[in-house]
Design a protein around this ligand. Structure first.
Ligand SMILES: *[C@@H]1O[C@H](CO)[C@@H](O)[C@H](O)[C@H]1NC(C)=O
Ligand SMILES: *[C@@H]1O[C@H](CO)[C@@H](O)[C@H](O)[C@H]1NC(C)=O
Ligand SMILES: CC(=O)N[C@H]1CO[C@H](CO)[C@@H](O)[C@@H]1O
Length: 331
């Protein structure tokens, strides 16, 4: 059994967008046709990452899906990772919500995408019934669906461990009394949930012997997109990731494709939030352009190929152009 699944917290537990202006030198720079795809297709682990998508096919969701299908076939992908904001505007109403069919099952119909979708929740998912997305009932409706709050995935073959984090409880503004958009439905308090979650994350990361450690959450840490940085994550989560040798943090929330690598952190920050609605313009980030390696304001997704010796990521647009590549190596 190549995958090991660990549930961390027995309880369950998505708003967002991002941008690139065509005059921006970092926008869509040196688009090239997929030459690296052939080189990495033989890698032992291949997966796609898409975020911020469920809109009944509108806002080019279906075009993103088509291209994911094509790249998925080329790479013979093992699975898909969703960075949250799975269903707009307000998640699902319950496990029987027809939007699950119209935004997921009937959109991602390509053969290569008929594999497990490991998902986290985004803030828009929390605007509806967040627990419904964790319900086994959904997996009965479409066996690809796997969503949990905070969990781990191990792929021993390439010595990598993924740490999926529910970032929503950490964002203070959602849970202010005057904010009626979000409902806290858990049996334990938010404070208690966060304490457990952070403790679990530390313990699990410390215990991990994996050569590659990848964290996945909905909210941004570093971003120049419309939403910008999420201060609560920089304060409370990033130090844990840095202290435990996490290589990459992948998020959605800002509706763009983005890569940031700053000199003050060993992590590479990747945003893959281009699943449907995009073109929101840039945000007013005080760290404007600090460590910014690439920014694309439009639709697309990430394709990752891994072996024990490398992590290779290509950002694709809806026409199959590779917009940006990140290649990391380890002995
Ligand atoms: C969809 O993609 C086309 C082709 O790239 C683009 O011209 C159009 O603006 C996109 N539509 C939306 C809503 O983003
Ligand atoms: C929300 O989803 C849960 C889990 O599927 C379900 O038990 C509950 O009835 C739903 N709540 C509402 C208000 O529909
Ligand atoms: C690995 C770990 O520490 N798991 C803990 C996560 O938090 C729950 C409580 O919510 C504990 O029961 C687990 O042992």
């Amino acid at each position: 059994m190549p995958y090991t699944y660990y549930g961390w917290i027995s309880i369950f537990m998505c708003v967002c967008a991002c941008v690139c202006v065509s005059s921006d030198p970092l926008c869509g720079r040196s688009a090239q046709k997929s030459s690296t795809a052939a080189a990495t297709a033989a890698a032992p682990l291949n997966f796609l990452v898409v975020g911020d998508w469920g809109r009944d096919g509108t806002f080019n969701q279906t075009l993103v899906a088509n291209e994911m299908g094509i790249v998925g076939t080329k790479l013979n992908i093992d699975y898909v990772i969703s960075t949250g904001d799975n269903f707009y505007e307000s998640g699902l109403t319950g496990p029987d919500d027809t939007q699950f069919t119209t935004s997921f099952s009937e959109i991602y119909t390509q053969e290569s995408l008929q594999t497990t979708w490991y998902s986290v929740l985004g803030n828009h998912d929390y605007r509806g019934n967040a627990t419904a997305q964790l319900d086994k009932e959904l997996t009965l409706r479409d066996s690809r669906w796997f969503c949990s709050s905070t969990y781990q995935l191990k792929r021993e073959l390439v010595d990598v461990e993924f740490f999926f984090i529910d970032t929503n409880p950490l964002v203070e503004s959602y849970w202010k009394e005057n904010n009626k958009d979000y409902k806290w439905l858990l049996p334990i308090s938010r404070e208690e949930y966060i304490t457990n979650e952070l403790k679990n994350l530390s313990i699990s990361l410390e215990a991990s012997q994996a050569k590659w450690k990848i964290a996945v959450g909905h909210h941004t840490m570093r971003s120049v997109g419309k939403h910008g940085e999420t201060l609560e994550l920089l304060d409370q989560v990033l130090p844990i990731l840095e202290a435990n040798g996490v290589d990459v943090y992948i998020n959605g929330h800002d509706h763009c494709l983005q890569h940031i690598k700053r000199s003050d952190s060993p992590l590479h920050f990747l945003t893959s939030g281009g699943g449907s609605k995009a073109w929101r313009g840039r945000g007013a980030n005080e760290h404007k352009d600090l460590g910014l390696q690439f920014y694309y304001d439009g639709q697309g997704f990430a394709a990752v190929s891994m072996a024990p010796s490398f992590f290779h990521m290509d950002f694709y647009d809806i026409s199959g152009n590779i917009l940006h590549t990140l290649h990391l190596s380890k002995n």
